[in-house]
Design a binder for this molecule. Structure first.
Ligand SMILES: [Zn+2]
Ligand SMILES: [Zn+2]
Length: 189
């Protein structure tokens, strides 16, 4: 339970600063360990694929490895851009399984993408769940079958809404996160 990992958030392209700040606070509350927003910033233009009109998630992940994160730092990129992986039409995010870098995109998580009215609370919530999911992959968690767990697979934004902003007990235990964001302590009988 004493794995010393921490989380660094890096903006890719322009990201609304208040979104990053709220994300940082929410993550720190759930993970109960240091989470900070990096001052460095990545220019996404080299990763734009003009044929697809999207940005290459796998190439951005490689870029996130430079300079290499310090040991025990999980570096998660946050972007407003539409991401793809070669075998998928789009992805909400991507991560190195058991590696130090992950990536999450707001592009398709915003309710307005599906023609709904903008809903900032829902956008924040979906981004938080997506970041927890990709962070879990960087810590070697694979997809989980417990329906509400953040490690459940999501292909549609509606799937993201069905999950909680939390890891189920076995997932939380594997990565050393307090269950449901609560510090548990022994109660003497
Ligand atoms: Zn996944
Ligand atoms: Zn789980």
């Amino acid at each position: 339970m004493s794995q010393p990992w921490q989380v660094e958030l890096v903006g890719i392209g322009s990201v609304v600063p208040s979104l990053l700040r709220t994300l940082r606070e929410d993550l720190a509350g759930i993970l109960v360990r240091p989470v900070w927003i990096s001052t460095s910033h990545i220019d996404p233009m080299p990763f734009f694929d003009p044929r697809r009109g999207q940005y290459a998630a796998h190439s951005i992940l490689e870029r996130l490895l430079q300079p290499p994160p310090k040991e025990n730092v999980q570096r998660i990129g946050i972007t407003e851009l539409d991401l793809f992986l070669p075998v998928f039409t789009h992805v909400f995010g991507a991560a190195q399984l058991g590696g130090p870098v992950g990536l999450a995109s707001l592009y398709r998580l915003r309710p307005e993408f599906e023609g709904s009215l903008p809903d900032l609370d829902r956008t924040h919530e979906r981004l938080l769940k997506e970041v927890l999911h990709e962070l879990g992959h960087t810590l070697a968690l694979i997809h989980c079958r417990i329906p509400w767990c953040a490690m459940g697979a999501s292909r549609l934004p509606g799937h993201v809404d069905l999950k909680d902003s939390a890891f189920c007990n076995p997932c939380a235990d594997r990565i050393g996160v307090p269950i449901n964001g609560l510090q548990l302590f022994d109660e003497n009988p």
